[in-house]
Design a protein around this ligand. Sequence first.
Ligand code: ADP
Ligand code: MG
Length: 293
Amino acid sequence: ATPTALMVGTGRGAQLGILIKGPEVLESTRRVDTVVLDKTGTVTTGRMALHEVITAPGVSEQDLLRLAGALEHASEHPIARAIADGAAERTGTLPAPESFENIAGLGVQGVVEGHAVLVGREKLLSEWVIELPAGLAAAKAAAEAEGRTAVAVAWDGEARGVLTVADAVKDTSAAAIAELRRLGLTPVLLTGDNKAVAEAVAREVGIDEVIAEVLPQDKVDVVKRLQAEGRSVAMVGDGVNDAAALATADLGLAMGTGTDAAIEAGDLTLVRGDLLVAADAIRLSRRTLGTIK
Ligand code: ADP
Ligand code: MG
C-alpha cells in the first residue's frame, strides 16, 4: 500500500465517522475473519432502566430498593446507575453507604445503615455462601430468558430479592451484523453477563457464537484463545473492561461513546458508537488496500 492511498483512506474514514490511529492500521483489516463484539454498550445501548423488583417473602420493596440503591449509587456501572436512579425515583433520597467496594464483573458490596449488603451476580453471593431461594432463582431465570439482566440482592447473610434491568439492542445492530457477515466475518458475542441474557441478545441480532459470563480481566484471554485457533480477530468494545482485549486483537474498534480507556486501546474509533460504521471501516480499508495492489 502506498502512503498516499492509505492517507486517502484515513481521510475518507474521518468523513464516515471513523478515527484511524495511523494509516498502517488499515493493513490489519485485510486478514480479519472474526469479529468479537462486547454486548453492553456495544451491541446494546447500555442505557438500562430498572424493570422489576422481586422480593423474598417478608421483605418490603422499599427496603430492597433503598439498600440496593444506596450501594449502587456509589458505582458507575450502567446496571448500578439504572438501579440507583430507579430506587431514588421510587423511594426518595438514598442513604450514603458506610462502606463500598466495587468487584469488577461481579457487583458491589458494602455497609448501608448497618447492614452488610451485596448486589450482583449469583457468583458474588455464593462467595459469601449465600444461596438464592427457589422462588427468587425462578424469577431471575424467567427475566433472563427474555434477555433482561437480573441481579441478586442480599443483606446480613440472606438473599432478599432480585432486581431486573432492561437494556435495548441498538437499532442498527442486526443490520450491522448482517453486513459484517457479508464481508466474510464470523461474529462472536462476548460478555460478562449471564448466558441466558447473552443468548437472547445474540438471537435478536443474528449471532450464533456466544461467550458469556467472562470476567473483565479474562476478556483478553478469549481474544488470545481465538487467535491461537488461527483466527484473525477484530474486537469491538466500549468499556474499561474491554481495553486489554481491544489492544490484543488484530484490530481494535472502540465505540466513541465509550470510555477513554477503550478509545486509547483501540486502533479505530467509531465516533457515533454505531456498529454499522464498523462494517464501513472494514469495507473502506479493504477498498483502500485493494485499489493499490
Ligand atoms: P459486560 O461484559 O456485558 O460489559 P460487566 O463485565 O461489566 O458486563 O459485568 C458482568 C456482570 O456482573 C453484569 O451483567 C452483572 O450481572 C454483574 N455486575 C457488574 N457490576 C455490577 C453492579 N454494579 N451491580 C450489579 N451487578 C453488577
Ligand atoms: Mg461494555
